[in-house]
Design a protein. Structure first.
Length: 317
């Protein structure tokens, strides 16, 4: 069959129109697919809240969670934003923070990222005061009163953080509300089990009198009913003064039986504090603030289960 010029022109125009339509359709479908794949981008400030976010968003399609601070970093006192952090925040739909002053390195987020939703997991949690000690060469002490930000070390507090996170994620992404609720419910049940096991292990300790050597231990110790006789600040280049050590020796001697409790990020260097007590044990506990790897393993549960075993192994002989 032979087509005239006009007929051939019409066929070519029709084919061109179909190709344009196909290209537009492919672009639209690709865009929808890409949107669905990366529908909600979440950044967590550091490991404890990243761990919580991973558990609550587990299996939720289209949600990506990134950890802002490397898991090896530990506490955030000296952390500074990197260019990679700034890029991650600029692309995020939400930022999950511990709150209670832990993320001071972020500065004024609202002025820098006006559209970024900030999820503060510390809401509704009773906060403790913390004291950092700074010593000069003449051994005079300067005390800076701050809020103790290490709320996640208490199982009850961590449950509240999970609940806060769940509720805010549902507001951000209501389509998957049922999954956030189910994940949070399952995870809270696991935390409750660990909480009960911690309490049982602590109840068998030869004494609950203790001296803690970092603020990170305060919430944990209070939850388990420890009698905190002194709270000393070690780690992060902090050094105890001679007067603080002398006072701690007196405290331990008066208690007679004493536990010296350290965050395992730091060295156990003050055994002499218990030199006049009739009984002492040194405990190095994992406060779930740092990890050598970053994966989907539950850092918080693993840390607390390790602590359960340490408490069980602390005998009175």
């Amino acid at each position: 069959m032979t087509y005239g010029y006009n007929e051939r022109l019409g066929i070519v125009a029709g084919i061109m129109l179909l190709l344009v339509f196909a290209a537009v359709l492919i672009t639209v479908l690709s865009g929808i697919s890409h949107q669905d794949e990366k529908r909600v981008q979440i950044v967590a400030s550091f490991l404890p809240v990243y761990n919580a976010a991973i558990q609550v968003t587990d299996g939720v399609e289209g949600v990506e969670v990134k950890n802002l601070v490397p898991p090896q970093n530990g506490c955030l006192h000296d952390y500074q934003l990197t260019p990679e952090n700034v890029i991650a925040l600029s692309k995020a739909d939400a930022l999950i923070i511990n709150g209670a002053g832990a993320e001071s390195f972020l500065g004024d987020l609202h002025s820098q990222y006006a559209d970024l939703k900030v999820i503060d997991t510390s809401e509704g949690i009773a906060l403790l005061e913390g004291i950092h000690h700074h010593h000069h060469e003449d051994e005079e002490e300067e005390h800076e009163e701050i809020i103790n930000e290490h709320i996640w070390t208490s199982p009850s507090n961590y449950i509240k953080q999970i609940e806060n996170l769940r509720d805010q994620l549902i507001r951000l992404d209501p389509v998957h509300a049922h999954q956030y609720r189910a994940n949070a419910e399952n995870y809270i049940a696991e935390i409750e089990t660990v909480k009960a096991e911690l309490a049982e292990a602590a109840s068998s300790l030869p004494t609950k009198n203790c001296i803690i050597f970092h603020d990170s231990l305060a919430y944990f110790a209070r939850e388990l009913g420890f009698n905190i006789l002194a709270s000393l600040s070690t780690g992060e280049e902090s050094v105890l003064s001679a007067s603080e050590l002398a006072e701690a020796v007196k405290t331990a001697a008066l208690a007679d039986k004493i536990l010296l409790i350290y965050d395992d990020q730091y060295h156990t260097e003050y055994a002499s504090v218990a030199q006049e007590a009739s009984f002492s044990r040194t405990l190095r506990l994992n406060m779930a603030v740092a990890s050598s790897t970053q994966g989907t393993d539950d850092v918080w549960l693993d840390a607390m289960r390790a602590n359960i075993q340490i408490l069980k192994d602390t005998d009175g002989d």
